[in-house]
Design a protein around this ligand. Structure first.
Ligand code: CTP
Length: 131
């Protein structure tokens, strides 16, 4: 089973590790699409703290991750799934229902997010602590 997931993975944290480890448990090969800096600006309205190259290197260094590629457009999700021959797509439940349209290409599953942490939360906390 080949598993695919997508995300920005900026300011890498425990919620990121948890979803990647859970995704890998469902298959043998985990592929991660890391959002490009431009896509992140379009999607979240701000540039990431770490560049796309830094984020890709961090994610690819994890034991549970087998393959990493740059996700440059949300519209290309279907092509990414087909190109990487994914059997299953995993996303956090903040995306619940948003990728059901791809269920004719691969199985789609949503995992509960790790509570109490997000990249935005860390950025806010650090900004407050050092202001
Ligand atoms: N994720 C998770 N638990 C968290 C945070 C993220 O399971 N506490 C999952 C997301 O659901 C997504 C993946 O990790 O499937 C990548 O999420 P990303 O958007 O990069 O991280 P966030 O911390 O949600 O970033 P932000 O605060 O900028 O939205």
């Amino acid at each position: 089973m080949r598993v695919i997931t997508f995300g920005t993975f900026d300011v890498f944290h425990i919620g990121h590790v948890n979803i990647l480890e859970r995704a890998k448990e469902l298959g043998q090969h985990l592929i991660v699409g890391v959002s490009s800096d431009d896509l992140n600006i379009r999607k979240k309205g701000r540039p990431p703290v770490y560049t796309q190259y830094e984020r890709m290197k961090i994610v690819s260094s994890l034991h549970c991750v087998d393959e990493v590629f740059l996700e440059e457009s949300l519209e290309l999700k279907g092509s990414y799934i087909l190109d990487h021959k994914a059997d299953l797509m995993v996303m956090g439940d903040d995306w619940e229902g948003k990728f059901d349209q791809f269920s004719d290409l691969c199985e789609v599953r949503y995992f509960p997010r790790t509570e109490g942490i997000s990249t935005s939360m860390i950025i806010e906390r650090v900004a407050l602590d050092f202001s």
